[in-house]
Design a protein around this ligand. Structure first.
Ligand code: SF4
Ligand code: SF4
Length: 338
């Protein structure tokens, strides 16, 4: 079923020349089915989603890519990994070692840059699904300074992780703990941590996407998103504006789920470094002026070839990361209900 689903979506992306419209089906399915399979597995193995802190420190928890930037300073200064997951090849509940997963992340990141956040992240689909629900945004005026949010969270969490010698984001701020595994609440501190997770999830992943039609957790909060932005320049693929065709009507800007376009960037013919290559602006542009682009070539030089080359890489990554998760979630549903 998953194979058929992924092939169908890819076929439609190629046939209709629309990227975002079809990618969104995959991404929302991934976001909704990840917690289904994950929670089922955690409860089957442990009987609860609450994991004792000692288990986390011992590395007996599944890999998650979000704390990767928090590891760097403690590892560089003390040669110790503070990570809620095992580095061993067979470590963690998922059976996947952190070193192997981090290697796959690095390879994928070099190819697609921040496209990771649109084609591999198994969390972003929940808010993308929420953002798709209302026909119109009730809250459309968003101060551009909110774009700095992920950088502020990244800086604060990197420094706090170094000071506390623990992955501070996982312990205190990750909204997705509400739909995965969290620190077992054995005292007031644990209860406060879990309260924060639920509050952040309800606000950033559910309420604000419903009000703004934006991926608010990704755009204003996620430290991993900021970290991925740094790698965007490493990727040969980007989305650009062909100034010779642009009117400018700013429909692309309105359609961007992460505010990665503004008036100035459109005039320059560029997307901001936070662009996650989702393709919404390309789909929305009535003049075919928002285009996929390969660095080092003329803008709009064979944009469809650039799109296809990007899509082959991004969809391979989507199948590799998301395919097994979607299949696992579907299998869980079938197992429970049939
Ligand atoms: S939607 Fe197209 S034409 Fe309108 S501003 Fe964006 S790139 Fe220019
Ligand atoms: S600029 Fe375009 S491709 Fe980039 S995140 Fe925004 S809508 Fe997606």
């Amino acid at each position: 079923m998953t194979g058929g689903f992924m092939v169908f979506l890819f076929f439609q992306m190629v046939r209709t020349w629309k990227t975002y419209r079809w990618r969104r089906w995959f991404f929302v399915a991934l976001g909704l089915l990840f917690p289904v399979g994950f929670i089922h597995n955690v409860i089957a193995m442990r009987g609860t989603m609450g994991i004792p802190i000692e288990e986390m420190i011992a590395g007996r928890t599944p890999f998650c890519f979000i704390p990767i930037p928090l590891l760097i300073l403690p590892a560089a200064l003390t040669k110790t990994l503070v990570f809620p997951g095992s580095i061993l090849p067979n470590g963690g509940m998922s059976g996947g070692g952190m070193a192997a997963m981090a290697g796959i992340w690095l390879a994928a990141t070099i190819v697609v840059g921040k496209g990771w956040c649109s084609y591999a992240c198994f969390f972003g689909g929940i808010e993308e699904g929420m953002a798709a629900v209302p026909a119109k945004a009730k809250l459309s005026k968003i101060d551009s300074r909110w774009r700095l949010g992920p950088w502020a969270v990244l800086l604060a969490m990197v420094l706090l992780s170094l000071a506390l010698f623990e992955p501070a984001y996982c312990m205190w701020l990750c909204p997705f703990k509400a739909v995965s595994e969290y620190v077992a609440a054995r005292n007031t501190v644990g209860s406060v941590q879990n309260g924060i997770f639920i509050l952040l999830f309800a606000t950033l992943v559910v309420a604000l996407p419903l009000l703004t039609k934006k991926r608010t957790q990704c755009a204003f909060f996620c430290p991993f998103g900021a970290f991925q932005s740094i790698f965007n320049k490493a990727s040969v693929f980007e989305v650009k504006i062909d100034r010779s065709r642009c009117t400018p009507c700013v429909l692309c800007q309105k359609s961007c789920p992460t505010l990665a376009l503004n008036d100035e960037s459109i005039v320059r013919g560029e997307t901001l470094m936070s662009c996650m290559k989702c393709g919404a602006c390309v789909d929305a542009c009535p003049k075919d002026a928002a285009v996929w682009h390969i660095r080092g070539t003329e803008v709009a030089a064979k944009p469809e070839r650039a799109r296809l080359m990007f899509l082959y890489a991004a969809w391979a990554m989507a199948i590799m990361f998301g395919g097994s998760i979607i299949a696992g979630g579907l299998a869980t549903i079938l197992h429970v209900f049939l």
